[in-house]
Design a protein around this ligand. Sequence first.
Ligand code: NAD
Length: 484
Amino acid sequence: MKQFHNFINGEFVATSKTFENRAPADNHVIGLVHEAGQAEVDAAVKAARAAMNGEWGKMSVVKRVELLNAVADEINNRFDEFLAAELADTGKPHSLASHIDIPRGAANFKIFADIIKNAPTESFQMTTPDGGTAISYGVRVPLGVVAVVCPWNLPLLLMTWKVGPALACGNAVIVKPSEETPATATLLGEVMNKVGIPKGVYNVVHGFGPNSAGEFLTKHPDVDGITFTGETRTGEAIMAAAAKGVRPVSFELGGKNAAVVFADADFDKAIAGVTRSVFENCGQVCLGTERVYVQRPIFDKFVKALKEKAEALKIGPSDMPGVGMGPLISAEHKEKVLSYYQKAKAEGANVVTGGGTPTMEGKYAEGHYVQPTIWTGLPETSPIIREEIFGPCCHIAPFDTEEEAIALANDTPYGLATSIWTTDISVATRMANAIHVGLCWINSWFLRDLRTPFGGSKGSGIGREGGVHSLEFYTDLRNVMIKI
Ligand code: NAD
């Protein structure tokens, strides 16, 4: 049986308490995960602190950059192993993980290696009251020991999105991967050793949130900062833990994102884009669309076309030819998504398509598959429209005016992302200014330039990561003033 060990101070560490890691595609047991207790979390934090006080803390940026490039190269050398691990843990289509999860996971080390090499700081010269001169300049110093708490939907990509800049900036990290997807974070430990990242710089502790590795790590007094991606309510618990010691947090949280489609949009492109934003990764993308607002003249045509796209999606395991949608991550998450499917019916939604589970053959009958689902006809107050479901589903509602679309899109406690579909650039840019989100796509979705800021407004997060914005969290900016 495969074992997923903790990775502490450059060594794989077993514990006496294990839990099963199951494959969402068919529910088979992939392996046993060794849950870290307080002792292992203490050891990981101690190793990270020792790394900061040792060779790593003194290493030149040039050498660090060399090592991070080697990490990226080694992930690419072992591409197939990372891919197989991610596919087993998530069940997502092969085409998705091989084009996005693994290559972007590797790229996160390269891009932040480049950024840290070229990041300037500011400097000022001034005349002092005695007629002399003073020069101030900024120095970026690492934040220190950073806890990285991760979700399961894009395990390697979202983890390296934080570990890449954290290490580029000279920090040491303790990663707590999701209990659902422990594999690629563990495999990355082997890569770190192979390329010569000093011991203690990259650590992994496995387990759950409350009363487990997640809570032990985020409450640890020797952790200098916490970067987290996951649900908004988990963010609230972590923020409370971080308050003790006034430690900084960077949060990428949940969303209830709106797509707004105007009647003048390129119809086929809008349909293709919204199909992706609703159903990609079985709807388990934080940036995904669960609310679609369509201008009334094209409403019926749009609903019909999206229904056809949903019904054409081939549901199945990663390696099934032509597969368009895999399973949900776990039996528990399937139960949650199906509870919303039932709630929608109970509230009187018009079920345009889906609303249940597909019939799967053989061993896949044990997998966590659900049907892509579209509803219309619910009031904006419905939990279907207000709460993040995180499944392959959306509600479509009509609107008449631009003002109405803005009000609808903004009527949510979340503020992560939106996508606007129109050929009128004036409308598009007005919408981009008016909708309270961290990320606004115009005639596209999930298009990312890694140098740009990424994050959410309102209940969707705190801070921005990406490009030089990541440096704001992963370094402390110190001002040095010299009296000449
Ligand atoms: P989650 O909040 O349930 O878990 C995330 C991580 O937090 C896991 O590692 C979990 O073990 C840990 N955790 C849970 N409770 C904790 C606690 N009390 N203390 C410390 N750690 C704790 O989220 P999830 O279900 O893994 O991921 C899905 C969620 O993530 C969705 O809400 C989605 O929108 C969000 N998400 C956001 C972004 C973004 O960039 N904004 C990206 C991906 C996912």
